[in-house]
Design a protein around this ligand. Structure first.
Ligand SMILES: Nc1ncnc2c1ncn2[C@@H]1O[C@H](COP(=O)(O)OP(=O)(O)O)[C@@H](O)[C@H]1O
Ligand SMILES: [Mg+2]
Length: 353
C-alpha cells in the first residue's frame, strides 16, 4: 500500500555512479513531494545533482536506493510495459531542445503519436491543436534549423505535451535563451499550468526563472537538498547561505553591497548598515520618519528592491542608520520587532556571511 501524497514523491533517493574506479554520489538522500498543480523549482549550481534527480522521476535514472512514487504508483516496482505507460504521463524539455533535424515542426510533434491509437486524421488535428497552443500555427512546415531558439523550445513543449502528460519536467529549458525569450517561455509554461492543470518541475540555476512562475522551491548543493519551501518564504527569509546567494543575485543586492562597501559612504555618514527583508506591506517612507521621531536616528535608504511575487510584496532595503550608538541599537531592535527581517552588515569586511 502506498500512502496518499503528492503527484510526485521521491523518498530518500540516492544515486551513486561508479566511473573508472571513481565513485560519485550525485544525489544524497533526497526526498521531495510535489503536489498536483505545483510549479516546483529545483535550483542549484552546475553539478549539484539536479538533472540526475529529475531523471529519477521517470526512472530514466534508476536510483541506487529510495522510492519513486508518481500518481500513487511505485515506479520501481512496475513491469517494463507498465513503466512505459507511466512515462507517457511525464513530458520533458531540455536546454538544447533535442528536436529531430530531419523532421519538420509538424513531424517532430507528431513523432510521439506514431504508436498511439489515433488515426492519421486525428493525429493531424492533435498536432495542429498543439501548434496553436504554443503559438506556432504558421510554422508547421518549417525545419528546426529555420526557427529561433524560443520557437524550437515551443516545438519541444508541444511535442512533450503530445501524450497529454500530467507532469512536465523542464531541465534548464530556458538556459540557452535570451532574457526576453526566457520570459516568454516561462509565461507559456505558467499558462499551461493554469489552463491544463499540468504539474511542472523546473530545474534551473537562475533565481529569476524560479521567481517568475514557481510556487515552491528546492535548493540543491553537492547532491543534497539543503532547503525547501514556498516561494515567498525562500525569497523573503532564506536560511542557507547558498539560498541567500541565489536570492541576492536576483535582487542585485550583492553587487550594490560591494559598491557601498567600496564607496565608503556608510563610514562617511558615520552610520551603521542594516539590511531589511520583508514580506507584505511595509512601506519605507513612514519607517524612516518613525525611526527619526522615536529614536532620533536618521535612516538613509541606500538601496531598495520591491517586487510582486504571487501577488505579494517582497522587499529588500539597505539603510544607513546614523545617530547615537545606543539609539541606533534601539532602532535596530525596534525594526526587529516589526514584521521585518533585520540584519546588520559589517562594513569593514568585504566578504560577509
Ligand atoms: N551518468 C553519469 N555517470 C557518472 N557521473 C555522472 C553521471 N551523470 C551525472 N554524473 C555526475 O553527477 C553529478 C551531478 O550531475 P548533474 O545531475 O548533471 O548535476 P546538475 O544537473 O545539477 O548540473 C556531477 O558530478 C556529474 O558529473
Ligand atoms: Mg543539469
Amino acid at each position: 500500500m502506498v500512502e496518499k501524497g503528492g503527484i510526485i514523491q521521491l523518498k530518500n533517493i540516492d544515486v551513486t555512479f561508479h566511473n573508472e574506479g571513481k565513485t560519485i554520489e550525485a544525489v544524497k538522500n533526497v526526498s521531495i513531494n510535489v503536489n498536483k498543480g505545483d510549479i516546483f523549482g529545483v535550483i542549484g549550481y552546475s553539478g549539484a545533482g539536479k538533472s540526475t534527480l529529475v531523471r529519477v522521476i521517470n526512472l530514466l535514472q534508476k536510483p541506487t536506493s529510495g522510492e519513486v512514487i508518481v500518481n500513487d504508483k511505485n515506479l520501481t516496482k512496475l513491469s517494463v510495459k507498465d513503466l512505459r505507460k507511466e512515462r507517457k504521463n511525464i513530458g520533458m524539455i531540455f536546454q538544447h531542445f533535442n528536436l529531430m533535424r530531419s523532421l519538420t515542426v509538424f513531424g517532430n510533434i507528431d513523432f510521439p503519436l506514431r504508436d498511439s491509437k489515433l488515426s492519421k486524421q486525428e493525429r493531424k488535428e492533435k498536432v495542429n491543436k498543439l501548434l496553436s497552443l504554443v503559438g506556432l500555427e504558421d510554422r508547421a512546415n518549417n525545419y528546426p534549423s529555420q526557427l529561433s531558439g524560443g520557437q524550437k523550445q515551443r516545438v519541444a513543449i508541444a511535442r512533450a505535451l503530445a501524450s497529454d502528460p500530467e507532469i512536465l519536467i523542464s531541465d534548464e529549458a530556458t538556459s540557452a535563451l535570451d532574457p526576453k525569450t526566457t520570459t516568454e517561455i516561462l509565461n507559456l509554461l505558467g499558462r499551461l499550468n493554469k489552463e491544463l492543470g499540468i504539474t511542472i518541475v523546473i530545474i534551473t540555476h537562475e533565481m529569476d526563472a524560479i521567481k517568475q512562475i514557481c510556487n515552491r522551491v528546492a535548493v540543491m548543493e553537492d547532491g543534497k537538498l539543503i532547503e525547501e519551501g514556498d516561494l515567498l518564504t525562500i525569497f523573503g527569509s532564506p536560511k542557507k547561505k547558498l539560498t541567500k546567494d541565489f536570492v541576492d543575485t536576483s535582487t542585485q543586492i550583492s553587487s550594490v553591497l560591494d559598491e557601498i562597501k567600496e564607496s565608503g559612504i556608510v563610514k562617511s555618514l558615520s552610520g551603521r548598515l542594516v539590511e531589511l527583508n520583508y514580506i507584505g506591506n511595509v512601506t519605507n517612507e513612514p519607517l524612516v520618519v518613525e525611526l527619526y521621531k522615536k529614536f532620533n536616528v536618521e535612516a538613509n535608504i541606500l538601496f531598495s528592491n520591491i517586487e510582486r511575487l504571487q501577488s505579494t510584496t517582497v522587499g529588500i532595503m539597505l539603510f544607513a542608520l546614523t545617530g547615537d550608538d545606543d539609539k541606533v541599537s534601539a532602532a535596530i531592535e525596534y525594526l526587529n520587532s516589526l514584521n521585518v527581517n533585520v540584519k546588520e552588515i559589517d562594513i569593514t569586511e568585504s566578504e560577509e556571511d
